[in-house]
Design a protein around this ligand. Sequence first.
Ligand code: PEP
Ligand code: MG
Length: 588
Amino acid sequence: MPATLHGVSASPGIVVGPAHLLRWEVPEVPSRVIDDAEIEGEIARLRTCIEAACDRLRAVKARAEEKAGAAEAAIFDVQVAILQDGELRTRIETLVRQNLAAEKAFDLVMLEWREHFGRSTNPMMRERVGDLVDVHIRLLSLLLDLPDHDPVDLEPGSNAILVTHDLTPSLTIQLDRRAIAGIATDAGTRTSHVAILARSLGLPAVVGLIDATSKLQTGDRVILDGTNGTLIPRPTAAVLAQFADRARREAAAQAELATLADAEAVMLDGTRVTLRANVDLPDEAGRAAESGAEGVGLMRTEFLVVGRTAMPSEDEQVEAYANVVRAFRGQPVVIRTYDVGGDKLPIGGFPHEPNPFLGWRAIRMCLDEPELFKVQLRALLRAAVDGDLRIMLPLVVSVEEVRQARFLLQEAADELSRRGIAHRADVPLGVMIETPAAAMSADSFADDVSFFSIGTNDLVQYTLAVDRGNASLVTRYTPLHPAVLRLIARTVEVARGARLDVSVCGEMASQPLMAFALLGLGVHTLSVAPSGIPAVKRLVRGVSQAAARDAATAALRSATAREAEQVLRQALGAQLGEELLDGLLGLA
Ligand code: PEP
Ligand code: MG
């Protein structure tokens, strides 16, 4: 039996099923020269493969249309159009006539085109780079006669464990959730895009496995243990039985926690805590509303853009936001404006930057593209008519950004008034505190915003200078580092002084030890993935504010994250009892 593969727990749960390997990467292309006599045959082979790729794309489109809708499926029309482009075909055939094998000729031309499109000043051209990459992989797989790894080929009920290097957004929209039981990736960490998405879908996931794709083959039976972050290839009957037993116990514990859905999130001393849901996919809103969440603390709107050929229209956005608002019937729904760029929308639609995490992204991009931003702002103001919608700005570093956004928000409201369209102009505007700059200068925002929401995923990344998505830095990504705790404490202090709501919507809020620290620091609104709400609620109901405060004060004084963790663990064990604590830590 091959050794257990160790990764990072990204979404809890234990599942057993056949591995489905998805190698969606541009393959190595060997250099091959052909004789003059082979040229015509090679061109015919190229044309046949292009036709096969187009047929396949049309089939993929039909299935995507069924699952995700026409707008999302339109991306495949673009890819067919690329393959049928006369200029592209002539260029490849010219190289074949100069004795290059078809795959090498195609590879060279695609690299050229990707470079050219990526450097374009026209955003529409840059948006096509992601499609070029998909076409590049698809046709090379055919020309090199490689196995076809299309993720949409899985039948519903396959119970497959998807094993891939990294799950990009364009692959994500192709996934059939009815066919996949779990996700395992070589790359990624607990706060990377794939982990967030898996939690939001309630799919067990292990990320950061480094080389799972080279150790497994499609069809291998595997146990995916999302709770402990391991993947066990080809398990023996004894191991299977052991895991089946654990899976049963976990399911029972989850079922027991789920009975808390209607219970209040109140601490032992009566302190009331508000638990909200993070909603990433608009169609998850119904499930989120049933999880016992009192509203939405973070809706990540960039998932509306994933896999699309163009930004969603104003009407489409109104519908998506209003769906979430209506699902929560008058409870607060905090919708974050586009946080695209960095790790969020790697579709190639943005200029190639040497350091995208510090680059042109989130509020920076929105303020520089006011027409695109105002479509979203108008949609938000319109959807606000249906309930308590609040708008949140990501990645702010200065209050000037808030003022500029507010100016555009006013313009958006004026435009709607002129058009006689129903909307609310008094929507609360808040900011994410996810940069050290925002936390350190939180006081400078206080007069201009209605609330703070601390985005610890990024706050940790930017404070510690540790890439949140880099699997080899996992042990250095330590949210309990005293610098992070102090920035949170400072933000809470400013919020309290200014009587502003403050919440945490990063992953710290869903991890029991860290949530305990946050309660102790005075954060009484936490927003987590819907599947994480019961465990956090159980934690809240088992601890007192005084104990949490004492533990957080000690953690704040610790010299290291490890020391802070020990202090918190001890205090939480004393409050909950070791058995319950172990159970909750296991389920998070
Ligand atoms: C965060 O940074 O903590 C956050 C909630 O936003 P995201 O994970 O989408 O960057
Ligand atoms: Mg963030």
